[in-house]
Design a binder for this molecule. Structure first.
Ligand code: GDP
Ligand code: MG
Length: 163
């Protein structure tokens, strides 16, 4: 059985963008409307001869903070149950939010490997945005730009290291 890697995080942080880059095709639909993912979900990914199943959590994502938080809790639960490795994606442009903090506490309790991914670091000037996220207590953040495909190779290396 292949290891399962779940992508979790707030709406609009870029989960589906990353999923699609790893999946190599547009399986999960990213729309122009922020945060909208129509179909989730599973893709088989190969990296350096290692194979894993990637899950894009999200679905149709809600607007209200309360509903976002409860849905993130559900995502976190799903990830806790199914995943061997959890990719927790945060938005390096928007910065840290209360929801990020709350979810990171849940994820830490899983005792599973959690990789903190700071997305939307599109260029060197934005690199300083990653430092706030050390506060989440999930180790060294991986700075990536899903949109520009920057940092994805290093992230895949880290994922397969954890199998
Ligand atoms: P999800 O809701 O977490 O699945 O996020 P999406 O993948 O749907 O992306 C939400 C929005 O963020 C879309 O408009 C994407 O084009 C944009 N986005 C995703 N990755 C990046 C990135 O690396 N840089 C920037 N600037 N925008 C991104
Ligand atoms: Mg999505």
């Amino acid at each position: 059985n292949r290891p399962v890697v779940a992508v979790v995080g707030r709406p609009n942080v870029g989960k589906s963008t990353i999923f699609n880059k790893f999946a190599g095709k547009r399986i999960s639909i990213v729309e122009d409307t922020p945060g909208v993912t129509r179909d989730r979900i599973f893709a088989e990914v190969e990296w350096l001869n290692k194979y894993f199943t990637l899950i894009d959590t999200g679905g149709i994502e809600p607007e209200s903070e309360d509903i976002i938080l409860s849905q993130m809790r559900n995502q976190a639960m799903l990830a806790m149950d199914m995943a061997h490795v959890i990719l927790f994606v945060v938005d390096g442009k928007a910065g840290m939010t209360a929801a990020d903090k709350e979810i990171s506490q849940l994820l830490r309790k899983t005792k599973k490997p959690v990789i903190l991914v700071v997305n939307k670091i599109d260029n060197q000037n934005q690199y300083d945005n990653i430092y706030d996220f050390y506060e989440l207590g999930l180790g060294t953040p991986f700075a990536i730009s899903g949109a520009n495909s920057m940092g994805l190779g290093d992230l895949l290396d880290e994922i397969v290291e954890n199998f």
